[in-house]
Design a protein around this ligand. Structure first.
Ligand SMILES: O=C(O)CCC(=O)C(=O)O
Length: 328
């Protein structure tokens, strides 16, 4: 079973943001790699800004001293090393990344709409687990999921994204998708009626049991990305991330850093959601990928259970006109 779900590291075409080829690949396979959404030097700048965020939390993290990256100082991580809260969604790093036009070009092509709102979501940072086995993030087989409720949100609803910031290979691990699995979304309700009905329709998350035949046919893939590349996937596409074997034993730098990012048409958000989004900027509140509903990521159970008072949140961002247009 485990081997069947071991992702195959694959080079797929790296396509131009907003191009017809990009859209075709996304529609056909349920995911696409967009080349150079951020120039390489901007990916390095974003990485440095992410370290600024971590160091400014005031818990003692020092980018040059891996011994300071322990759980007692690291921000709360949920599945797959994702950091969803403690102000990350309004860090300078996240707003910097969101401002690159190629990202909007990619999402605008998906929606055939230029008037888009951006999610205020977080990042996934993988610490070198050769130093501490407990830092190893989840294996793919444990959390194949989709981020769209099979009943609450029928049909095409959203494309999610992440920008890769560090060099990646089969050893580091990365995001995993089951190509073409978005086409089986409609079958989930019949195949898992009881399981689906247990999930409140407002929760856009459905976890697959790891003996589901869809998970191995075709095999899960981990698509190679260069630093600065953007991965897009349809929220109906089965996905997760997977820690690599880390054969080179790196223990002094992050193995993976990605910025989660999503844009949806402004027309899908009502006045109340937009008012809450403006309030979120002033109050440094992060969200999920969905900008058409209001979900406060600081209310996630793991964040609530953490001692959030020990983290100094970033100050509210000062946004450019372009960035404000993405708030709504
Ligand atoms: O870090 C990753 O690539 C996994 C992202 C993911 O599963 C999600 O955002 O839903």
């Amino acid at each position: 079973m485990a081997e069947r779900l071991e992702p195959v590291y694959t080079h797929v075409p790296r396509l131009v943001a907003g191009s017809t080829q990009m859209l075709d690949h996304l529609q056909r396979h349920g995911f696409v790699v967009v080349a150079d959404a951020l120039p390489r030097d901007a990916a390095a700048t974003a990485m440095s800004k992410l370290w600024d965020y971590l160091e400014q939390l005031g818990t003692g993290i020092d980018r040059t001293v891996p011994d300071t990256w322990g759980d007692e100082s690291w921000p709360t991580a949920v599945h797959g090393g994702i950091l969803p809260g403690h102000g990350i969604g309004h860090s300078e790093a996240q707003w910097y990344i969101r401002s690159f036009r190629a990202i909007k070009d990619a999402f605008a092509a998906v929606w055939h709409d230029e008037e888009l709102l951006v999610s205020f979501d977080g990042v996934s940072l993988w610490r070198p687990w050769a130093r501490n086995e407990e830092w190893r993030t989840n294996r793919a087989a444990s959390w194949f999921h989709i981020d769209q409720h099979p009943i609450g949100r029928p049909g095409f609803q959203c494309v999610q994204g992440l920008v890769n910031l560090l060099p990646m290979n089969a050893d580091t691990g990365g995001n995993v998708v089951i190509p073409g699995s978005h086409r089986h979304f409609e079958s989930i309700v019949d195949r898992y009626s009881e399981r689906v009905n247990r999930v409140p329709t407002s929760i856009d998350h459905f976890r697959f049991p790891n003996d589901d035949p869809l998970l191995g046919d075709p095999a899960p893939i981990m698509a190679h990305m260069e630093p600065g590349d953007l991965l897009l996937w349809d929220s109906r596409t089965i996905h997760c991330s997977h820690a690599g074997p880390q054969r080179d034993g790196i223990d002094d730098r992050l193995l993976r850093a990605v910025s989660l990012i999503c844009m949806m048409p402004k027309a899908r958000s009502n006045h109340s959601v937009i008012a809450k989004r403006r309030h979120a900027v002033e109050n440094v509140i992060s969200t999920t990928n969905w900008s058409d509903v209001w979900v406060n990521a600081d209310t996630f159970p793991d964040i609530v259970a953490s001692d959030s008072s020990k983290y100094t949140r970033p100050t509210p961002p000062v946004l450019s006109e372009y960035q404000r247009s993405l708030v709504g």
